[in-house]
Ligand binder design. Structure first.
Ligand code: ZN
Length: 62
């Protein structure tokens, strides 16, 4: 049974590639060549994020 292994691998990849496009205001899977570009708007306003993006923003120090 290798289903669990596959799930784990997918999860790892999803967590490894987390980029946020400030133009689209959404998480994107960017085009990475010489520079990182958003596949939707084509700009470089893409920021790598290691944290999960939650649409709430409830408990941030104001
Ligand atoms: Zn974009």
């Amino acid at each position: 049974m290798s289903k669990r292994e596959t799930e784990l691998r997918v999860e790892e990849e999803a967590m490894a590639a987390r980029y946020w496009c400030h133009m689209c205001r959404q998480a994107v899977d960017p085009i990475i060549n010489a520079e990182i570009k958003c596949p939707y708007c084509g700009t470089g306003f893409v920021e790598e994020t290691s944290e999960e993006i939650n649409g709430g923003g409830s408990s941030k120090a104001a």
